[in-house]
Design a protein around this ligand. Sequence first.
Ligand code: PMT
Length: 222
Amino acid sequence: GTEKLFKDKTFLITAGPTKEKIDPVRYFTNRSSGKMGYAIAEQAAMLGADVILVSGTNTLPEPRGVKVIHVESAADMYDEVMMNADKSDVIIKSAAVADYRPKQVFESKVKKQQGNVTIEMERTKDILFELGQKKKHQFLVGFAAETDNIEEYAQNKLIKKNADMIVANNVMEEGAGFAGDTNIVTIFHKDFSSVSLPLLSKKETARRILYEISEKLEDEHY
Ligand code: PMT
């Protein structure tokens, strides 16, 4: 049956969001609730995988049978993902990771002052890109949260990030993307074939993504 689909496979999954500190009382973050990543982690575990979930700060309960590593910033997530990448067979980057962080983190609270303030931002490391560069045996899955030109951006990401699969969601669509319990995704494969899923719960979306992965693992003998 499907119960043991991922027996003997280790999955490394990330869930959002990241938080980037400004000072001891303020940070930049994004609208990710972590639900998509947690649903994938939970379903992968139910299908027999050993699951390591690197999770940003959110309010979700830890999924049963999953090893959860809690992180705050994009830099923390980078460290934990890199530390666990070699032992993983499948890596799924469902976290919404900050692309920028404050260049300077203030050690004490920034006081209110006259007029405007400017916070200079610097790039964070692109975890998915680096995984693609270092990849050996792993099956690498990225997400793409887009507001337009989904197909073009997703295909570009597949190539640029050296990923095996990109799951794209149009975050402008009702019922898709951040925070809710449903999603609408299109799965893009390396051979440029794609599968568009209808509006589904994040749980069912997770199961469909995992079945797509399992078929590819069989084809390509990962
Ligand atoms: O958490 P939920 O509320 O359930 O919402 C789900 C979701 C919308 C967050 C999820 O479905 C999703 O789309 N996650 C990826 C969001 C995102 O950051 O997309 P992106 O297009 O900015 O990034 C593309 C890919 O690069 C992602 O796999 C991301 O994890 C990765 N990335 C991005 C930046 C960075 N510094 N390092 C990365 O690895």
